[in-house]
Design a protein around this ligand. Structure first.
Ligand SMILES: Nc1ncnc2c1ncn2[C@@H]1O[C@H](COP(=O)(O)O)[C@@H](OP(=O)(O)O)[C@H]1O
Ligand SMILES: [Mg+2]
Ligand SMILES: [Mg+2]
Ligand SMILES: [Mg+2]
Length: 356
């Protein structure tokens, strides 16, 4: 096993690239096979298929690694039609490059094996050993609505994130494309779209086109220097239930920001600030008891930090990925370039303490 994580990164990049072939196919089809999960959030055939493909690739290369994946096979075990639909998609999703496809272990052998592989995402996480955090489609609501979504994969070792990859099919390839409101709605994966970002701890962050997932073609990315916070661009969730739009508007106004926020689904927010298309990402809790999921943050947290940012919770604590499937030690997320993070956090504290 490599100690510089280059093999892990290579596998993760290719696995995310392959999974995105599947999600893009579903994105363009009318029937997305949407089901509602027990917490009333949606899951689609794209989520199931992408999770199976990525776990298969991880297990082919690192059989002893564990995976904390968002989805499970239960619904497919109970519904033969759904299982067949997902299997038809999974069978077809292949990289053009034979050598790369071989690196991922080739296709999954059978539909039953696909279900077993999907269920290998049941790790409870923790602070010991090698554990991957996988969100096969982050921003499922955005995916369904034609907004941003991301295929997210990160490797943690002893609870610390070492490798992070975000595949964003609907973000511009061009790192300098401005972050505009229309990237949040009516997003497409037409020409010029589709970016794959990554980071290895201590080695910086990169971006490359999603169609070229290998290590080649990478450009280094970094956050923008913000000389005047009042001109910063801040982004937040589209879903008002996922973060407190009202509190975030007050924080922005305290910082003198007059531009409206850019709302977009998924970890595309982390990706966008990491490359300086936006500057600040705020995610303040709506419900006190909601615990953020590690797969919603692991890759983005590392990519932003490696691009020169700081990511904390609303109290200024680093996100703690070592305590299970959720970030139970943290509330909220505040991500910004290192130089201004302290000022942003001051505004967060002042707005939140005024609410008590
Ligand atoms: N009440 C809540 N507060 C915060 N996040 C929530 C939430 N309910 C669901 N989520 C998470 O928000 C994620 C999407 O984040 P965003 O709002 O930034 O697009 C969802 O990921 P999935 O779409 O993978 O399920 C889900 O895990
Ligand atoms: Mg979900
Ligand atoms: Mg998610
Ligand atoms: Mg998801």
């Amino acid at each position: 096993m490599s100690t510089d994580y280059s093999k892990e990164l290579n596998v993760a990049l290719l696995a995310v690239q392959r999974a995105a072939i599947l999600t893009k196919q579903v994105f363009h089809s009318h029937a997305k096979g949407t089901l509602n999960k027990s917490d009333a959030s949606p899951v689609t055939i794209g989520d199931f298929g992408a999770q199976a493909l990525i776990i298969a690739a991880i297990k082919a290369n690192f059989p002893d690694d564990e995976v904390v994946g968002e989805e499970e096979a239960k619904d497919l075990r109970e519904n033969a039609d759904l299982k067949k639909t997902v299997w038809d998609l999974v069978k077809q999703a292949k990289l053009d490059d034979d050598a790369a496809e071989k690196t991922l272990g080739g296709p999954i052998e059978s539909d039953d094996r696909m279900l077993d592989v999907l269920d290998m995402g049941a790790s409870q996480g923790g602070n010991k050993g090698r554990i991957w955090a996988l969100d096969p489609i982050d921003g499922t609501k955005g995916f369904l609505r034609g907004g941003q979504y991301a295929v997210c994969l990160a490797l943690m070792v002893d609870g610390d994130v070492k490798v992070g990859v975000l595949g964003c099919p609907n973000l511009p390839i061009d790192d300098s494309a401005p972050l505009t409101e229309d990237l949040g709605a009516n997003a497409t994966d037409s020409e010029g779209k589709g970016v794959l970002m990554s980071a290895i701890l201590g080695k910086g962050a990169d971006s490359r086109p999603l169609t070229r997932g290998a290590l080649k073609d990478a450009t280094t990315i970094s956050m923008k220097t913000v000389n005047d916070i009042s001109s910063a661009t801040f982004c937040e969730s589209v879903e008002a239930a996922h973060s407190a739009h009202g509190d975030q508007a007050q924080i922005a106004s305290k910082l003198g920001i007059t531009k409206p926020s850019v709302r977009m689904d998924s970890q595309a927010k982390y990706a966008s600030i990491a490359r300086g298309a936006g500057d600040i990402y705020l995610r303040l809790p709506v419900k006190k008891d909601y615990q953020e999921k590690i797969w919603d943050h692991a890759a983005g947290d590392l990519i932003v930090r490696e691009a020169g940012g700081e990511v904390t919770d609303a109290q200024g604590k680093r996100l703690d990925f070592s305590v299970g499937r959720t970030l139970k030690n943290n509330k909220g997320v505040v991500a910004a370039p290192k130089a201004i993070h302290g000022k942003v956090l001051e505004a967060v504290t002042s707005v939140l303490s005024a609410k008590q």
